[in-house]
Design a protein around this ligand. Structure first.
Ligand SMILES: Cc1cc2nc3c(=O)[nH]c(=O)nc-3n(C[C@H](O)[C@H](O)[C@H](O)COP(=O)(O)OP(=O)(O)OC[C@H]3O[C@@H](n4cnc5c(N)ncnc54)[C@H](O)[C@@H]3O)c2cc1C
Length: 507
């Protein structure tokens, strides 16, 4: 069986931006013309967006004279908790797939997969259990397409109108197109036209959805271990200052951001500040109408060695109508999760985020609530019941039916209306760049996203993402409405308030 081609080094070499044309002095507002590197850059947040950007910048000749500082709530001197254990980038697993209805994300993910598959040496990204190519069974509910219905690639899609079935079908078309140059690779993508075919592909005795396909070229990564791998490489560059601290607000002089203030009173100054604080970004920069923190439920179940062996060959399964998914077991643990509209956690801030007067007064912002601030935090019954439903449907081992979760977690997305990232200079403040809006799907891009963010910082947004990654002002009354992600991939109910749902759990 053919394996996809792999590039020669574990992370991309310096990108073509090394040969950028002469640079303009202004650091603000343009993402299409080259900009001069700042003398110092402060990156707030060391998740996938922040740490990969620091790494990419540290390897660019243009930024050789730029002082790069990364600040995070987590202490980098303790790699066991770096980045913070409640960061979205830290978990046992994240799906690695090019299965996107949007061809631009599909192509970028396929580029990243080349790096994930590298396993020849222990220090390759995909080695030491960091990446497993288990296959991904992508399914949806509803009427299955009639046999022989052609799939069309390259279509400009209106994401807001996609159903889970549409998302699945367009994804199928895109991954087939990517694999089309090699018949052996294309043969690893197989349609599952009905529930029997889905059941056979899943191999657990369970099933889900009415139509889908299995993509043997997709898999999953150990997210925490991959971040630790990345951090080690970043440290080895010796170019980045790491600071442990919690940013309380951005420092501003007139219309220019000059740095960040920490909770212990320290001020970190920089010519350019990049906020990549994940779902916490809305605490520092007003994202009203553009992005919102949504909490997603996860449950972990301990398995016996026999149960783990029984499920050893199952693929990842993701139902795009319900958002429910299960990752194959590893180290005796099965993970069940839901990619949903998620819970909102409206939080009143004493210091409003920067720019809140631009749209509407930001009185309450949805912000993450995690076990770091509330060690007793559980997932709401509504979410737990849904995870249990997924288990019964997708992995119906009788012994697991009523086994309690050994651990649960609420993990936070920074959700945008279209699930496009926000990677851009702030249009109102000089010296401020934002990289957020991960919308629950950014982890897979770990090997490539830093280079792309660095391109945008340098004023060269990849053409296929112009209009997708841009800062956008919300239209009309969207400014005062909560963002709802409508890209066809979400399950659950929009607008659930976490405290209300937790209250129900106590009744
Ligand atoms: C349940 C769940 C499942 C997911 N599944 C997948 C998947 O299968 N595949 C996939 O590709 N992606 C998946 N994702 C999405 C992926 O994990 C995220 O897109 C990605 O990790 C986001 O990275 P980030 O850098 O934006 O945010 P984060 O990783 O959250 O990093 C933000 C960092 O900012 C720091 N920070 C925040 N506020 C401050 C402050 N005030 N001062 C200092 N530091 C601060 C935090 O400590 C943190 O380290 C999933 C996410 C979740 C939650």
């Amino acid at each position: 069986m053919a394996t996809p081609p792999a590039p020669s080094s574990s992370l991309p070499p310096l990108s073509s931006t090394e040969q950028q044309p002469p640079l303009a002095p202004q650091q603000q507002q343009s993402s299409s013309s080259p900009l001069s590197p700042p003398s110092s850059i402060l990156i707030i947040g060391s998740g996938v967006f922040g740490l990969t950007t620091a790494y990419a910048l540290s390897r660019r000749h243009d930024f050789a004279n730029t002082t790069i500082t990364v600040v995070d709530r987590a202490d980098p001197s303790n790699p066991d908790v770096f980045p913070a254990p409640d960061a979205a980038s830290v978990d046992t697993s994240r799906i690695i797939r090019a299965d996107y209805p949007d061809a631009a994300y599909a192509a970028l993910a396929a580029e990243a997969q080349l790096q994930w598959r590298q396993q020849a040496h222990p220090d390759d990204l995909g080695s030491e259990g960091r990446y497993s190519e288990s296959g991904l069974l992508l399914v949806a509910d509803g009427p299955a397409p009639p046999p022989g219905t052609p799939v069309v690639t390259g279509t400009v899609i209106d994401k807001s109108k996609l159903t889970g079935m549409d998302y699945t079908r367009f994804s199928w078309a895109n991954v087939l197109s990517i694999a089309s140059s090699d018949p052996e690779l294309a043969a690893r993508i197989k349609e599952c036209p009905d529930t029997d075919a889905i059941k056979a592909a899943l191999g657990t005795g369970g099933s889900s959805g009415s139509w889908g396909y299995i993509n043997g070229l997709s898999g999953w990564a150990n997210a925490g271990a991959s971040m630790a791998w990345l951090y080690k490489r970043v440290k080895a560059e010796g170019r980045i200052n790491f600071v442990a601290g919690e940013v309380t607000n951005l420092e501003v002089s007139g219309d220019t951001v000059t740095g960040a203030r920490l909770s212990d009173g320290r001020v970190l100054s920089a010519d350019l500040v990049m906020v990549s604080a994940g779902a916490w970004t809305g605490r520092l920069v007003d994202l009203t109408g553009q992005a919102i923190a949504t909490g997603q439920v996860l449950g972990y179940i301990d398995l016996t060695p026999e149960e783990e062996a029984q499920l050893a060959h199952m693929p990842v399964i993701l139902n795009l109508s319900t958002g429910l998914f299960i990752i194959p077991p590893k180290n005796g643990v099965l993970k069940i999760a839901r990619h949903a509209y998620g819970y909102l956690n409206p939080t009143t801030l004493s210091t409003p985020p920067l720019g809140s007067s631009v749209t509407a007064p930001a009185t309450a912002v949805s912000l993450p609530l995690t076990t770091l601030s509330d060690p007793t935090l559980q997932i709401p019954t509504e979410g737990a019941d849904d995870l249990r439903r997924a288990l019964h449907e997708m992995v119906p081992l009788p012994s697991l039916r009523d086994r309690p979760f050994s651990k649960t977690r609420i993990c936070w997305y920074s959700d945008t209306p279209t699930a496009d990232f926000i990677i851009d200079y702030h249009p109102e403040y000089k010296g401020l760049f934002v990289a957020t809006g991960d919308s629950g799907h950014a982890f897979k891009f770990l090997p490539v996203i830093g280079e792309k963010i660095a391109d945008v910082i340098a004023g060269q947004c990849p053409s296929e993402f112009v209009g997708k990654w841009n800062w956008r002002y919300p239209a009309g009354d969207a400014a005062i409405k909560a963002v709802i992600t409508e890209d066809g991939s979400r399950g659950g109910v929009p607008g659930l308030i976490l405290s209300t749902e937790l209250g129900r759990a106590l009744n």
